[in-house]
Design a protein around this ligand. Structure first.
Ligand code: ATP
Ligand code: MG
Ligand code: MG
Length: 395
């Protein structure tokens, strides 16, 4: 069969919702995708059937060295939809001369990003703005010494395997140290000085195989219980320069990294206009879901274009205003989600994305909706009934 845009096969480590949206984009470009994740019903595997047995998805963990090697043997380009993969194996694959699969972003980038302390040190060493942080041992004394140094409250974080705030603990008084150790038992730790930001913002940056960077417009992200709840674009601020400054900060940081792909750069905006980088994700990002409906090219399509060395698509907004609302499980019960979707179906300008997860759990991302309109006021008016219909946390 002759295929028009590209004949390379892409392997994705991880089969969650980000992999699902990447796979959906890949299908529009006739790009074959092979997914590595446990089971055969991972969200990404549900929507894309391999075109031949040689391309069938792989059942296994994205942290399993043998399975990663198997995936590398089947594809031309390897990429990730989650950073918690075995970066050591990716480095080995990369170092074998004549290896067929190229890896994007680079294993070195994934490796530095997946350890949040190493990531912060890296950013500081490369002149990127980050707030104060310090390594902490698994001991009450170490946490108390950190409190003396950085003050209260203090954000204690797991260096590894963190997502959706699972790995963060806010130390409010020195007496919280023991509880913090219990909550983050056996995890390597570091602490960040508390950042009294006025807004959280994010910029998706696309890095090409030629090390060029382009960015999407800056967005405002609103978190609830450490999890992204809402995203608004474009970013509104009394300082019209904030957006472009945030784009420059994000682009400069991503420029220092290696390998291609989309990077989600999360930042804090301070009262005095200063911008600090919170963290970088080496992959498409929750705060970039809005690009599917609201930008000329989605973050997923541009991720594929960049790792396949195809020309990038425009990152410009094509609507005046957009919001993205995550649908987060409130319990194991599915009916609240179905009821939310019934409301979403009645809202003009609202696009529904469900991730095909068969079970809901409190705090689990089950889907999202994107709402576009001609003005911020119209987006907010359309958002109101959706917020009222959100699954409520069970008592
Ligand atoms: P994800 O990868 O899902 O974005 P995560 O588990 O890696 O989340 P962080 O992004 O480090 O967690 O933190 C989650 C949220 O906690 C941030 O979006 C912000 O709201 C808050 N937060 C993080 N660090 C600090 C800090 N130093 N001071 C104040 N608030 C913070
Ligand atoms: Mg994170
Ligand atoms: Mg984060």
């Amino acid at each position: 069969m002759t295929r028009s845009s590209n004949s390379k096969t892409v392997g994705i480590l991880g089969g969650g919702q980000l992999g699902r949206m990447l796979a959906a984009s890949a299908s529009l470009l006739n790009v074959d995708v092979v997914i590595l994740d446990v089971g055969d019903s991972a969200p990404a595997k549900q929507i894309i059937a391999p075109r031949s047995s040689a391309l069938s998805h792989i059942d296994g963990s994205f942290a399993d060295p043998a399975k990663i090697q198997e995936l590398a043997g089947r594809v031309d380009v390897l990429t990730v939809e989650i950073e918690h993969v075995d970066a050591g194996v990716l480095k080995e694959i990369e170092s074998v001369p004549g290896t067929k699969a190229t890896i994007h972003p680079s294993p070195a980038t994934i490796s530095v990003i997946q350890d949040k302390l190493e990531q912060k040190k890296y950013l500081r060493a490369h002149g990127c703005p980050v707030s104060e942080f310090i390594e902490v041992d698994q001991s009450v004394e170490s946490i108390q010494a950190t409190v003396t140094q950085l003050g209260l409250p203090l954000m204690l974080k797991s260096r590894t395997l963190a997502y959706d705030g699972r790995g963060n603990f806010v130390v409010r008084t020195v007496d919280d140290a023991a509880d913090a150790l219990k909550a983050l038992a056996n995890r390597p730790l570091y602490a960040e000085k508390w950042v009294p930001f006025i807004k959280e913002i994010a910029v998706m940056v696309v890095r090409t195989t030629d090390a060029e960077v382009v960015s999407y417009p800056a967005v405002e992200t609103v978190h609830k219980d450490n999890v992204c709840h809402l995203v608004f674009a474009p970013l509104r601020s009394c300082d019209p320069q904030v957006s472009s400054r945030a784009q420059r900060v994000a682009e400069s940081a991503v420029k220092t990294l290696t390998g291609a792909g989309v990077f989600g750069v999360e930042m804090f905006l301070m009262d005095d206009g200063a911008i600090y980088i919170n963290e970088i994700a080496p992959r498409p990002h929750n705060s970039g879901h809005y690009t599917i409906e609201a930008c000329e090219t989605s973050q997923y399509e541009n991720h594929l274009r960049s790792i396949l060395s195809l020309p990038l698509g425009s990152t410009a907004l094509k609507v005046p205003s957009v919001a993205m609302l995550n649908i987060i499980g409130s319990s194991s019960s599915m009916p609240p989600i179905q009821s939310f979707v019934s409301t979403a179906l009645t809202i003009p300008g609202c696009s529904i994305h469900l991730y095909g997860k068969s079970e809901s759990r409190k705090g689990r991302k089950m889907g999202h909706v994107t709402i576009v309109a001609d003005s911020d006021a119209a987006v907010r008016a359309r958002l109101r009934p959706l917020l009222a219909a959100l699954p409520l946390a069970s008592p």
